[in-house]
Design a protein around this ligand. Structure first.
Ligand code: SF4
Ligand code: SF4
Length: 87
C-alpha cells in the first residue's frame, strides 16, 4: 500500500488549516482513503455528506498549498475526492 500511495498522500498534520472557506481538508482526504482502500464506500459517502462544508466549495485560493509541508496540490485533490464522495 505504501508504494501505491507514493508521496501524494495527506499525513493529517493540519498545517494547511484553517481554510478560509471552512473546508476540513484532512478529513476529506481521510474519507477518500476509506472510500478507496476499504470496503467502506457507503460509510465514507455518508460521513462526507455530514461535513459542514463540502470540498466542492474550494475557492482554489491556494493558501493551503503554501502551508502544506508535503507540497500536496490540495485543490486538485479535493476536487477528485469530491467527485468520488458526492459533491
Ligand atoms: S485552495 Fe481551497 S481548500 Fe485550500 S485554502 Fe483555498 S479554499 Fe481552502
Ligand atoms: S498540510 Fe498537507 S499533509 Fe498536512 S493535513 Fe494539510 S493536506 Fe494533509
Amino acid at each position: 500500500m505504501a508504494a501505491s500511495l507514493g508521496q501524494d498522500f495527506c499525513r493529517r498534520c493540519g498545517y494547511c488549516q484553517p481554510c478560509p472557506e471552512g473546508i476540513d481538508i484532512s478529513t476529506v482526504f481521510l474519507l477518500e482513503s476509506y472510500y478507496d482502500r476499504y470496503e467502506l464506500k457507503g460509510w465514507a459517502i455518508d460521513r462526507y455528506a455530514g461535513l459542514p462544508v463540502q470540498a466542492s466549495l474550494c475557492a482554489k485560493c491556494g493558501e493551503c498549498i503554501q502551508k502544506c509541508p508535503y507540497g500536496l496540490q490540495i485543490p486538485e485533490k479535493l476536487a477528485r475526492a469530491a467527485g468520488k464522495l458526492g459533491a
